[in-house]
Design a protein around this ligand. Sequence first.
Ligand code: ZN
Ligand code: ZN
Length: 247
Amino acid sequence: MAVTKGHGNPNWNRDETILALETYFALGGKNPNSKDPVIIALSNTLRALPYHGEAARKPTFRNPDGAAFKVQNLRSRETGKGLSNVSRMDREIWDELGANPVEVTRLASLIRAGIASELGLEAPSPDEAEDVEFYEGRLLTQKHMRRERSPGLRKALLKKLEGVGLECQMCGDTHSNLPPEFRAAAFEAHHVVPIASVGAGVTKLSDVALLCAVCHRVLHRMISLQRRWIGVEEARALVKAPANSIF
Ligand SMILES: [Zn+2]
Ligand SMILES: [Zn+2]
């Protein structure tokens, strides 16, 4: 097969590559073919994702040929034969998940849950994308952020804690060094359960923890780096662990 530049289409991201790897496993060693219903289904899913804005409207974007080509790349990663233009993302995903089809299926279904929950919404802005991406995939990560940034949720949480006083549930800081009228600004709401397992509906106050802004960032980074869910309790223990012992 000829090496193509993908008609100037945007690079594949992690979620897209995981979906392609799922298709690779579904083919059970068969050569990917753009007429195969499994490849056509992959192409349709990829074209429905809201990641790439205008670029995704081009007819060549993730079309069945492109989808088959990507699956072929992943295949050559396994066989070591054929194509030499396997991307860094392909290599990373293959090294991480190539021996674990069960995990690929699980992650692909989380990504699809993200798609289902985000349909009708516009593409995430680059600001929202940030630098963390949970194992649940980009869409559910964004959903996590959106939920906990909802002003109503944060207000309700602060109100609930009015009598008790504000304290970060991870580091214990109360920010009492700040004048009382600024103190609340140091705190954020964090959703303590994976979005995929809470589903639609209103966020319950029992599902959110109060964290200082720094701990909240650190916890998100931990979840992103370790590619699994990490609760506040565990995060508290992890930040106290000696340097270099965990990451
Ligand atoms: Zn804190
Ligand atoms: Zn959070």
